[in-house]
Design a protein around this ligand. Structure first.
Ligand SMILES: [Fe+2]
Length: 285
């Protein structure tokens, strides 16, 4: 029998919020076994180079991804020296390692009964580990996945913005993102700050981050390790299809309405876009 990572209260809290609202909940993953710094340094050496992203952690809230500098150390050295490396690191798709695949499977298996009835089958399940130095900043961005961010070591604050705030994430940015023509980082303006909600996380706490909710992260005074388990769903794929269709409509001179929020399913636009793709039309960014 596998270890239980979420008790019934945590699952009930998640069920109340998922998939539309951010919410914090308790979890039982700790900095032991596969989640110690030593184990993660070994994981960084195991993963292919394109699954290990790291850069200097002292970044402004809005940043051009092409202008981010890399530290001089190797990824494993950055993890071993994370107290003073001044860095931010993402170990991507950790399920490429069989031990971590088992862990991710177990974690996702515990939330499946919350997820599947609401947004359909979990697809493209992937997990990431973020290791960051004291005070490191992850700039403003959004992600296309459903995400549970589970804090393992240290503390961080994620400031999250409403999915529907089109000044922060304009419809055209969504559309270009789904066509592979826009990075997930978003432009920052100081006036956004008042529209955000800050979620402080300590070890043992998790945060549900809704699909496409813009957010930035500021690490606390000590090194931080977080595990992020993510998935796509029938619902999130339909939202992405609707964005791509909107791009085609916009190029045709129309002003399409943005996809609707859950529980609306955007099925009409999704089916239309899939038919267009099947006909061999690939939209140009
Ligand atoms: Fe993110």
């Amino acid at each position: 029998m596998s270890t239980v990572r979420f008790d019934p209260t945590a699952l009930a809290v998640l069920a109340e919020a998922y998939p539309a609202a951010p919410v914090t909940f308790e979890h039982k993953l700790a900095a032991e076994g596969l989640l110690t710094r030593a184990a993660l340094a070994e994981l960084a050496e195991f993963l292919p180079a394109d699954s290990v992203e790291y850069n200097l952690g002292d970044l402004p809230l809005g940043v051009d991804p092409d202008k981010v500098e890399r530290p001089a150390l190797s990824a494993a050295e950055v993890i071993r020296q994370i107290d003073r490396a001044g860095s931010w690191m993402a170990l991507k798709r950790i399920e490429q390692h069989p031990d971590y695949a088992k862990l991710v499977d177990e974690v996702l298996g515990e939330v499946r009964d919350v997820v599947a009835p609401r947004t359909g089958a979990m697809e493209r399940c992937e997990a990431f580990i973020f290791v960051s130095s004291p005070h490191a900043v992850t700039p403003l961005h959004f992600d296309p996945e459903h995400n549970l961010l589970l804090q393992i070591e240290g503390e961080k604050v994620m400031t999250m913005f409403p999915v529907t705030d089109e000044a922060i994430a304009p419809p055209r940015v969504h559309e270009l993102f789904h066509l592979g023509a826009h990075h997930r980082n978003l432009a920052w303006r100081d006036e956004f700050q008042a529209r955000g909600r800050a979620f402080a996380l300590r070890p043992g706490q998790g945060l549900h981050v809704p699909v496409k909710a813009p957010h930035y992260v500021r690490n606390g005074a000590f090194p931080s390790i977080s595990l992020s388990v993510t998935w796509r769903s029938e619902w999130s794929c339909a939202e992405a299809d609707a964005r791509a269709l909107n791009h085609i409509l916009r190029r045709a001179g129309l002003a399409p309405r943005s996809p609707q929020q859950y529980p609306a399913r955007n099925l009409g636009k999704s089916l239309a876009y899939r038919a267009i793709r099947r006909a061999g039309v690939v939209p140009r960014p």
